[in-house]
Design a protein around this ligand. Structure first.
Ligand code: NAP
Length: 499
């Protein structure tokens, strides 16, 4: 362990920011602050509380490797249990003492080998290292449907669910058929008087079982970690992730064919009415959009009290949604499940790197980052779950841990006084992005004939376009020749008071 005292700032106290806090403590960093703009930890799992909220990654894999949870109630974890899990982790690892709540980082500028931060409460901070853990699916995307303000019932985005609004016995409309919309429909059918699902483009659904862990099983996991490890079967899980990412990147492979067929069979076998089946049949290849894992959507949408609406929305009126065929669907509640602005990351922080280069210029066309972690001219700045990283039907906790392993090695260079600044070279960034873009054009996200949030403004898939194994290998050790390790003289301390 090196000796240099470093001020480390983490932005965001969600899954990745908490991880950073725990690891920084463990590695002996004792001048750390996590700025969190909200008044609670949790990120996605704090913001999303909609009925049916579930993570589609197996519970025991949606955990930190160092903090297993024997008490998950189901194979797929409910959102409330995930939030509670992260709250327990914060308490157990004393991360709370690092967090400053209700404090948003508004500006970050790199000058004199340090990051000068301006905060929403008017104070400032000076950091040697900044780690952005600001999440991917954080900024709700709300469509501009004419008449939205005229609706006399309750209308809200699913990431801002209004729990004061009654649902039982009400007429609820849900706009959007991503993972969110599908989970809400399954949860509300049978509870609301009627649930109308407004679907512009249906998506493919992979069947998945979501069984309960019995009390006896959980007691077993608590008393014998070997039972938990056996349940997790890490090797099998990793092999599945590898098969899945291989299928994305090799659309003609056996694995891709297997997944495609599972989706086809699910639709064919689950939906009995041929007309409804055709209305639910997507016009693109399975895997082109993020696969939806659901044990019960097709069953729910066929129940009395559920209505699939495939007509496009014309407008919203005071009593409901009018579709282009002229029909008025009268509603008490409208849940807008239209996803997120996925090109935001740490925006809207005003970031300025070396030589006055600002983030908006660097990301003028699209967000880019070397290995999803670094950007040229932004020294000592690191991202967890940044642009171009792996996203999909697998655990982002695992992805963040592997990214942390990589980042920790870069931090060591600064702490060991090998340098004062770690910065990826522009050449490495450009080469990485050229390779990434070429690979992205061979993925099913590009070839599968659909629009999705995986595509950037230029229509190129923005996610990690290679298989899981390549990610694992890249995260083992940085390619050092991609980095400038710069030794600067003492920084000019213009604003030396840490907040
Ligand atoms: P999403 O996948 O982006 O889906 C948005 C839906 O809204 C799409 O069906 C889209 O239709 C529709 N839509 C958008 N604008 C519309 C408009 N103006 N009129 C009508 N429909 C419109 O969003 P999401 O379901 O919130 O999911 C986002 C991501 O969050 C997921 O892909 C996943 O990564 C994550 N998530 C994960 C879980 C989990 O279980 N782990 C659960 C929920 C969410 P088009 O297809 O026609 O554009």
């Amino acid at each position: 362990m090196g000796n240099k005292q470093l001020r480390v700032v983490v932005i965001g106290a969600g899954m990745a920011g908490i991880l950073a806090g725990i690891k920084l403590k463990e590695d002996g960093y004792d001048n750390v602050c996590i700025y969190e703009k909200a008044n609670r930890i949790g990120g996605t799992w704090r913001d999303n509380t909609y009925p049916g909220l579930t993570c589609d990654t197996p519970s025991h894999h949606y955990t930190y490797t160092f903090e297993r949870n024997p008490d998950w109630s189901r194979y797929l974890p409910p959102g409330s249990e995930i939030q509670a899990y992260f709250e327990r982790a914060v308490e157990k690892y004393n991360v709370g003492e690092l967090i400053r709540f209700n404090c948003e980082v508004k500006e970050a500028a790199f000058r004199g080998s340090q990051w000068h931060l301006k905060l929403s409460d008017g104070s400032s901070d000076l950091a040697d290292i900044v780690i952005a853990a600001t999440g991917v699916l954080h900024h709700p995307s709300t469509p501009n449907i004419p008449g939205m303000d005229d609706f006399e019932g309750a209308i809200f985005h699913t990431a801002r669910w209004d729990h004061s609004v009654p649902l039982d016995g009400k007429r609820v409309g849900v706009i959007g058929m991503g993972s969110t919309g599908v989970q809400i429909i399954s949860a509300l059918v049978g509870r609301a008087e009627n649930v109308s699902h407004f679907v512009r483009n249906p998506q493919w659904i992979m069947p998945v079982e979501n069984g309960y862990y019995s009390e006896a099983q959980r007691a077993g996991f608590r008393s014998d970690p070997a039972l938990l490890e056996a349940e997790m079967n890490v090797e099998e899980y990793n092999a599945n992730v590898e098969r899945y990412t291989h299928a994305l990147t090799q659309p003609t492979s056996d694995g891709a064919q297997f997944m495609r067929q599972a989706c086809f069979d699910n639709l064919e076998q689950s939906v009995t009415d041929p007309q409804l089946r055709e209305q639910l049949r997507p016009d693109h290849e399975p895997l082109c959009k993020r696969l939806i894992f659901s044990p019960d959507y097709y069953q729910a949408i066929q129940k009395p009290g559920a209505t699939l609406v495939r007509e496009d929305i014309e407008c919203i009126e005071k009593s409901g949604i009018r579709t282009k065929d002229g029909a008025l669907h009268e509603l008490d509640v409208i849940a807008v499940a239209t996803g997120f602005k996925t090109d935001q990351f740490m925006r809207s922080i005003k970031m300025t790197g070396r030589n006055g280069l600002d983030l908006e210029s660097l990301w003028e066309k699209k967000p880019v980052a070397y290995m999803a972690i670094n950007m040229p001219d932004f020294p000592n700045f690191f991202m967890l779950n940044g642009p171009n990283g792996p996203v999909g039907n697998f655990s982002l906790v695992d992805i963040a841990e592997k990214q942390w392993h990589y980042i920790a090695q870069l931090l060591d260079k600064i702490r060991n006084d090998d340098c004062t600044e770690v910065c990826v070279t522009r050449a490495a960034m450009e080469q990485f992005d050229a390779e990434r873009t070429a690979a992205a054009k061979t993925t099913i996200w590009y070839t599968g004939g659909c629009q999705s949030w995986y595509l950037d403004a230029e229509g190129i898939p923005a996610s990690w376009p290679w298989n899981y194994q390549r990610f694992v290998e890249e995260m083992e050790t940085p390619r050092w020749d991609a980095y400038d390790l710069i030794q600067e003289s003492s920084p000019a301390n213009e604003e030396t008071e840490p907040a």
